[in-house]
Design a protein around this ligand. Sequence first.
Ligand code: SF4
Length: 268
Amino acid sequence: MTGERIQGNIFDIKRYAIHDGNGIRVTVFMRGCPLDCWWCHNPEGIRPRQAGQPGQSGQTTPHTSKAGQRSISVNELIQEVEKDLIFIDESGGGVTFSGGEPLMQPDFLINALEAFGKRYVHRTLDTSGFADTEVFASVLEHVDQVLFDLKLINEEEHAKYTGVSNDLILKNLRILDQSEKDVILRLPVIPGITDVESNIRAIGELVSTLENIDTLELLSYHATARAKYERLGVEFRMGDIVPVSERDLVSIKYTMESMGIKVIGGPE
Ligand code: SF4
């Protein structure tokens, strides 16, 4: 299928984004995610709760709510991004594919990434890493930067809080480590779930074994998504959990740094 005919299923396009990669970016939020994280900030981009499957070539996004959905062709997306090219170029920014999980729509994603590559627009992929390894490796060939989530190292805990095993994610992390890409690992710091000492240490130990990736960003949990859940009529499983304190973030940062990891984000 040609790039003009493949449609991407998205739920938002955010202009002037400054937290999704270098510089000023256009972030494309793609619908559908095989995970079901308790703390997800974009419930409109995921799906009703059921067992997930990793992204496969040709797969569309069946597991999605209807909120905000929109189809877009690669050409239409290019036109959207080109409106901001002046800011993108001046700031060293680009386009970021986020979600949901972009790897669930590999045909559209690869076509779009190729098209932006031909136009010299910097391309970032923001991913959970949960996809078939072949899909993951093919998409990697067309990106400049990867923001890769690391949530929980214990497999059972991962399954409990995200709905899927972390097996595939950890396998893809090794593939990513061998690529030449600019990579930032991202840890959502979720109180009582991902911030427990055993998980922080396990993440630190895992990252220490990587050959090329050494940067981890701490993403503080905040409860602002609660209103979205209420609007969508979906249970908000985080209850009244409050974000981790600045002091706890500093402690996580120190633990990671003591294990040789470069930490960005987190404490001011
Ligand atoms: S991987 Fe990201 S988009 Fe998917 S459910 Fe988890 S937090 Fe939400």
